[in-house]
Design a protein around this ligand. Structure first.
Ligand code: G3P
Length: 221
């Protein structure tokens, strides 16, 4: 399973990359705004800065919502760096644009997916990644992980190569459940990824090992 970090924060991207487990980055206009990145020139520069940190798979989201504008914006984003994946919303013109980008060899991430039908359309259009939002479905008392299961079943039935990128993943149990279901990718905040490290028995076991080592070393003549 690939791990992407869901942030536009460069320090957190570096930290996850340095951990050696990072396969990519997802951003969106809200995450950019959270980092105070405004204005097209600054947004472009920020994408280039992210590409300089990681090896591949930097999702850059279009703001446009009409076919011609999505194509124009997406092609400009894709031209920035070969690591860029153009992130396109699940709307009618977005699906058309994904098909266009696919035919041109430009990778895409279809975002804001909340149903299996939407995921099926994204795969038919040839999206590289589909982003179902797990946490936001949970927020409205709908089982986000059940959607990941449905998409996995449908894609496996027909051998679709579109990768299931579980998004809006909020905590370590979401990551584990996605891994059990067979999501191809999760994108999560750094806190959810590093939470996988934690176990109280690891902490107490290590403390005991170090204490015993020190005791034995002190006892030696
Ligand atoms: O990848 C989509 C993600 O950024 C949405 O996450 O936590 O805002 O629902 P969240």
């Amino acid at each position: 399973m690939k791990f992407f970090i869901d942030t536009a924060n460069l320090a957190q991207i570096r930290e996850a990359y340095d951990l050696g487990v990072l396969d990519g980055v997802t951003t969106n206009p809200s995450l950019m705004a959270k980092e105070g990145i405004t204005g097209q020139d600054n947004v472009i520069k920020h994408y280039i800065d992210i590409c300089d940190i990681v090896d591949d798979n930097v999702s850059a989201e279009v703001i446009a919502t009409t076919f011609d504008e999505i194509i124009k914006e997406g092609e400009a984003l894709a031209a920035l760096n070969e690591k860029i994946v153009v992130k396109v919303p699940m709307i009618k013109d977005g699906v058309k644009a994904i098909k266009y980008f696919t035919d041109k060899g430009i990778r895409t991430n279809c975002t804001l997916v909340f149903s299996a039908g939407q995921a099926l359309l994204a795969a038919k259009a040839g999206a590289t990644f589909v982003s179902p939002f797990v946490g936001r479905l949970d927020d409205i008392s709908t089982d986000g992980l059940a959607l990941i299961e449905d998409i996995r079943l449908i894609y496996d039935n027909y051998g679709y190569e579109t990768q299931i990128l579980a998004a809006s993943v909020r905590h370590p149990m979401h990551i584990l459940e996605c891994a059990k279901i067979g999501a191809d990718v999760i994108t999560a905040p750094l806190s959810a990824i590093t939470a996988l490290l934690k176990h109280p028995l690891t902490d107490s076991g290590l403390a005991q090992f170090l204490a015993d080592h020190a005791k034995a070393a002190a006892a030696k003549p």
